[in-house]
Design a binder for this molecule. Structure first.
Ligand code: SAH
Length: 488
């Protein structure tokens, strides 16, 4: 029999990816099998190994029983197969997370486990709405309840609850909101007590409804409030007026499609999420290395070396065998990203044009070289780098090396439409992604009629207009920060 595996019973926080703990992240990275529920941010699953088995076992709030047995069985079975299992739950595993029942079945089967606490929604969701659960002089305690009754119908002791002076927090209490409110008021709680209901807290869909015990039922009907949502009752709710912060973020609630290649998408997505937006990734290009070895001999005859993209730098540096072979070269770069990447390799660019275009780079290189000298440009198969033109315009000898190919990814139309239904803005960082996107939707502009488009710069915008896409946002500085600035 295989050695028994191990199970991490872990919490993933309330929805903001970065509220996952470092320990939780490590457990997911290690896991052979991840069992998760519906309350977690799906991007957390990207931390798992490529070949990890991913099992979704979500349970609605009410039908717990049957699915819970299945969850217990699944984690036991997988661990008995010798696998490391991450059982990932929203919030904290012990706050209405049934982590205890799972541990009981692991214990019964002699399987080892660790518990990794998570940031529970009961405190973090109010925090994301600008409501502290305690506050000096306002609330000296907070109390967390489930809004469900027990299986036999037993309900909380509201006579006691109504007397509590601290903040009351109800999870899973949307269906039973009318009873909660009437039982509190019936037992003496002031009807003017402030109430906030926070739906999908700490996510781009967060929505906060504020009222009092007197009017919250009516308001919740008007606003058609749906779970998952948390109800906060107490004077601390009033602090939201001053403490509100999350919804004020620049891209709050914006759902944005990232079309660039998968190796570079992450950096862009993280920036979007930092600004409060949601990044959905669907690459329309991929980068293919084509450069063979670069030897000192290859570079000896040149006096300047020009890079027109970070990918060019990356591919070139992979293939160079001795950095000293660059020592005699002046180095030019297009774009601050290209310059920064060179710096990571301890190479300081000598020059960078104001405008992020290879033609400007070629022009600027004249100032750093002499008549008749040779200049090498590292570029891609689709770059608008026209060395013949440069050679006819300037008294230099320009050559180029194609370091990588940019391969378009043409997708199934249905797949694209499915993703378009989830986003409001599509971003293009190059003309080739526009080409591939247009081809993927078969040129059917009807399916993008509700979509706004953002472009990294004039060249990409021109391609977009050619196909009939609107250019709703255009970067002034032609990089991802520029495009994010435009989206603000
Ligand atoms: N273990 C979880 C709670 C599970 S019970 C935790 O510690 O947070 C499920 C309930 O949690 C939901 O019905 C809702 O009341 C609350 N909840 C969880 N995530 C939430 C979120 N992002 N926004 C609002 N409520 C949330």
């Amino acid at each position: 029999m295989a050695n028994k595996g191990k199970v991490y019973i872990m919490g993933a926080g309330p929805g903001d990816l970065e509220l996952l703990t470092l320990k939780g992240k490590r457990a997911i990275e290690e896991a052979d099998c991840v069992v998760y529920d519906r309350l977690i941010n799906p991007r957390i699953l990207d931390f798992a190994k490529k070949d990890a088995e991913m099992i979704y076992l979500g349970k609605g709030n009410t039908e717990g029983g049957v699915i819970q047995d299945e969850i217990n069985r699944t984690i036991v079975t997988k661990a008995l197969e010798g696998k490391t299992v991450a059982r990932v739950k929203g919030g904290d595993p012990f706050v209405f997370g049934r982590g205890g029942e799972e541990i009981q079945s692991l214990f019964d089967n002699g399987i080892s486990f660790e518990v990794i606490p998570g940031i529970t929604s009961s405190i973090s969701v109010p925090a994301y709405a600008g409501i502290p659960v305690t506050h000096r002089g306002v609330a000296r305690s907070f109390h967390v309840f489930t809004g469900h009754t027990m299986e036999d119908g037993t309900w909380h002791n509201f006579e006691a609850i109504a007397k509590l002076e601290g903040t009351l927090v109800f999870l899973m209490g949307i269906k039973t909101l009318p009873i909660i409110v009437s039982d509190l008021v019936k037992n003496g709680k002031d009807p003017k007590t402030p109430v906030a209901i926070i739906e999908k807290g700490a996510t781009a869909d967060q929505r906060v409804t504020v009222g009092t015990l007197e009017n919250i039922i009516e308001k919740s009907k008007e606003r058609k409030i749906v779970p998952p949502a948390i109800t906060i009752i107490g004077e601390v709710v009033n602090l939201r007026e001053t403490f509100k912060w999350f919804e004020d973020k620049n891209l709050f609630g914006k759902k944005i499609l990232v079309t660039r290649d998968k190796n570079q998408a992450g950096e862009f997505s993280n920036k979007i999420e930092k600004m409060g937006g949601v990044a959905v990734e669907l690459p329309f290009i991929e980068i293919e290395s084509v450069l063979s070895k670069v030897t000192p001999e290859d570079l000896k005859e040149y006096s300047a070396l020009l890079f027109n993209s970070p990918n060019g730098v990356r591919e070139f540096m992979k293939k160079i065998d001795d950095i000293r072979s660059l020592a005699h070269l002046k180095i030019g770069a297009v774009g601050s990203k290209t310059k920064e990447l060179l710096e990571e390799y301890k190479i300081k660019a000598d020059f960078m044009p104001e405008e992020y275009m290879v033609a400007k780079l070629a022009e600027l290189s004249l100032e750093y070289t002499k008549a008749g000298e040779k200049i090498l440009i590292i570029t891609s198969d689709i770059s608008p780098c026209d060395t013949d033109k440069f050679n006819s315009m300037y008294d230099r000898e320009f050559h180029k090396i194609v370091a990588y190919n940019t391969k378009k990814i043409i997708r199934e139309k249905d797949e694209v439409i499915n993703v378009l239904n989830k986003v409001e803005v599509v971003t293009f960082l190059s003309s080739s992604t526009v080409d591939a996107f247009y081809a993927s939707i078969d040129g059917d502009l009807e399916c993008v009629k509700n979509i706004k488009f953002a472009s990294i710069g004039p060249v990409t915008s021109e391609t977009m207009r050619k196909y009939g896409f609107s250019v709703d946002y255009e970067a002034k500085i032609y990089d991802i920060n520029g495009i994010l600035d435009a989206l603000k």
